[in-house]
Design a protein around this ligand. Sequence first.
Ligand code: F6R
Length: 268
Amino acid sequence: MQIIIYDNAQQVAHNAALWVKELINKKPDPVLGLATGSTPISLYKQLVEQHKTNQISFKNVTTFNLDEYHHIAPENPQSYRSFMAENLFNHVDIDLKNTYLPTCATGQNPREQGLAYEDKIKKQGGVDLQILGIGANGHIGFNEPTSSLSSRTRIKTLTQQTITDNSRLFRPDEEQPTMAMTMGIATIMDARYVLLMATGANKANAVKDMITGGVSVMCPASALQMHENAIVLLDKAAASELSDHSYYQWANNENSKLIEDYGYFHNY
Ligand code: F6R
């Protein structure tokens, strides 16, 4: 794992955007894995800005989102399709035909939908760079604690903690879904690179478990310890429970020197 600690959330977003820009400008047919939630919103703002200033085009980009609520209509303002439209898709030149979410509408079989999503990702050549947030309980996607580390796209029942954490996004008169389709942990692990962003003190314990705890289903994000190319971008608050700050800082300075000498070596 490469752990990079920044002073604030804005710097996390800025640097995450540089990763995305590098992929998009390097690969003719990039496949980007996307997340929703509060954390990546500022990343998407940066990407929109890069697009407006002609630094990147999404014309040839294909996207796969991590998750989508069960039985939610795409036009529902609470759907992750709407979230992506509002925060990214409506503001860039992406072809909506190339944007996928693991949907399961009323009457559709979640098992079949999950398999079909896996199939679509495979046919597209796999995800090059998967953006991730982390839940306060260590979830990635909606892989809640006790999710199998070998799981694939499927339906999951959300934990009470996740429902409570996300309730801030729903008005009292809106029904909050309790189930979602999500990429599995094995699906996420298949991505060539994963870029996890965590900001804020409420993520500090989960971040600590992910990085320094044992690999455990009780902290699904800890599976990333087994990923060949996992990059974790933190602000100081999210990193506040880690004890090895100075080592991470030093390792990143050394890595920057290597990058100056040899350039980036991302094998997309
Ligand atoms: C969203 C997702 C979730 C979030 C996580 C953190 O697509 O898969 O795992 O990344 O719940 O959410 P925020 O960023 O709102 O704290």
